[in-house]
Design a protein around this ligand. Sequence first.
Ligand SMILES: Nc1ncnc2c1ncn2[C@@H]1O[C@H](COP(=O)(O)OP(=O)(O)OP(=O)(O)O)[C@@H](O)[C@H]1O
Length: 374
Amino acid sequence: MTSQPPFIRINSVSRVFNGGNGVHDLSLDIPRGSFVVLLGPSGCGKSTTLRLIAGLETADQGSIAIDGKDVTNTPPSKRGLSMVFQSYALFPHLSVAENIIFGLKVRKTKKDEIKTRLADALRVTGLEGFEDRKPAQLSGGQRQRVALARAIVAGHPLCLMDEPLSNLDAKLRHAVRKDIRDLQQRLGITVVYVTHDQTEAMSMADIVILMNDGRIEQVGDPADLYLKPATAFAAGFVGSPPMTLLPASALPASVIPDGFDASTVTFGIRPEDLTLTTDLANAPWGIPATVTGSEFLGSETFVFVAIPGTKGATARLPGRVKISPGTEVSLSWAGAAAHWFDGEHGHRLTPTRPSTSAQDIKITSQPDTATSTL
Ligand SMILES: Nc1ncnc2c1ncn2[C@@H]1O[C@H](COP(=O)(O)OP(=O)(O)OP(=O)(O)O)[C@@H](O)[C@H]1O
């Protein structure tokens, strides 16, 4: 396999503001033509990273290269990129077409060229017929499309997007995120996209960069992040509802993998990997828990349970499950579905092999489907 040089290389970049926040010693390679999402909670440094790539922030240390050129000290306008913001940043007094071609006019692009590019941008963003309207005469989704059209009309190979959908309602957000993804693929451009919404990240990204506290927590494709979270933070951030995390000391000793110290290790389990039964007599190895509530969502039911000495757990069960608060249940899981994290730093731990009894649990718990027993 020949490895292509990265399109963007961020090398040991720090940008620390007064008070110590910002990004710290960030290193990252972004492949050409990829859709990369910077994901993380508010204040983790996503926008600062994007602004560093754009040149709107200057690195205190480290270097940034785009397409093989060092741009660490290059002004934004010379970096060959366009940006789309949460606030569409459209000129209210200009028409859709004028807004889209504004930058081309400033750069004194030839009239014929402007005409062709405008027609292309209107077509790919589905804005044909709207060119003479003013922004105030458009819906939120259409305004965001104008902002997108303006970004792509420049013809830059890189587009940076900072929470571009957060002003749209849930339904529109869903539609426009598909538009953005389709557009990126059709144009073959590289997109770096900031969001704190993990569903958006998981559905759009080729690569997710999960950030926490100014540092990279994990880089991987969405499946990696979900199936093999590198840290307890990643496990808790990705997934809705998030992974249940319990101190291993709350589990029966028989399910702790060999060599793990239950007093320091954290156990994680995805809600869909938990089996829940009220048939306590036939579940001697499970964790005893008490139902605190449930949410029926149509195709599935979330059941919330309390486990003494922990923050509780969530089970995601198919279909409609009727279960009353206060019901005593037993929780179990397949050995291979368990995740383990070091209690101090939260790093993922890999058991040399799941404990024998956890494998036994996998076999004995299989016929135990909660929907039929509850
Ligand atoms: N100009 C600034 N001066 C001082 N502190 C700043 C500045 N810009 C950002 N910060 C701080 O740096 C940290 C990272 O900010 P950043 O905007 O990158 O976070 P973010 O992950 O994009 O958050 P959000 O999702 O809330 O936009 C935050 O603690 C923020 O308060």
